[in-house]
Design a protein around this ligand. Sequence first.
Ligand code: NAP
Length: 317
Amino acid sequence: MTATRIALVGIGKIARDQHIPALAASDAFELAATVSRSGGTEGVENYETVEALLEARRDIPAISFCTPPQVRHAGARAALDAGRHVMLEKPPGACLSDVHALEALAKERGLSLFATWHSRHAACVPAARAWLADKRIRSVRIDWKEDVRVWHPGQRWIWEAGGLGVFDPTINAFSILTEILPVEVHVSGAELRFPSNCDTPIAAEVRMDGPDGPLVTADVDFLYDGDPFWRQIVETDAGTLTLDQGGAIMRIDGGAQQGEGWKEPGIHGEYDGLYAEFARLLARNASEVDLRPMVLVADAFTLGRRLDAPEFIDPTT
Ligand code: NAP
């Protein structure tokens, strides 16, 4: 198999921790260039802007964007306009209409657009989906709690409009939820806690209804001191499914654990799955843009009551 040349845009935490190692391990892709304001990564040709890359490297057919959501649209649009396939980090844009516009452009140009949800590639998500497929869902409890000072040090964009605040990690929970539940859900209410010096919330409670009424409660916190809590508990007519560590491990009725039960919390192997999926999409000249997780977040902002929280000071900045 000939590897497809790909460029990475935005060499920050997730590019270094996940994208670069996943591309190094991939037979399907070869990291051929970066776009970075801060120099990129050793041994790979770097460009200062997406436009410079597009002009100089017509031999690169695919571009993967790891920049913050607020600054991603223009680059992704330029890439599609220049005939390149595009992969987007989650959340795929700063708002829904921004992604709808990219989706329409990709379709018009006959190009692949992949709006990724890395958490859907966690080890036990497919097994959870399969187990729940024929069950009647009674309730879902989501606890998504981590310390932003540990997991996102110095990332000011998270606290600016479009950065989502606590919904930057919570959208991962919603991407799993919408993947595993056999029914659709919609937001019925929310409380969002905004620090006085931030445009985005630091904690929230979100409620969702299913077809028969109240179904999901999500309690999410971005100032949780201690090991992160990335858990969904699904009560059904045939037992309880617990999906833990962001989908890496699963238990049914407290029974034997499935999945490897990683000692360190984090993202394990999910990006290998994402790039394998992107390769499959390119082979079929297809796109994948499922915006349901983003719709749930947008609706939480629309319906949510705004509550005040103390000023947030990031000790790392
Ligand atoms: P980050 O560490 O802040 O990196 C983002 C990079 O984008 C920067 O280092 C910078 O790279 C580039 N950039 C271009 N314009 C920028 C601007 N105006 N402000 C800030 N950076 C700009 O963020 P990240 O954690 O990698 O997150 C990036 C995306 O990945 C987000 O959508 C996030 O939700 C997603 N994600 C993050 C994680 C995680 O654990 N951190 C996990 C999964 C997904 P250059 O200096 O190279 O230009």
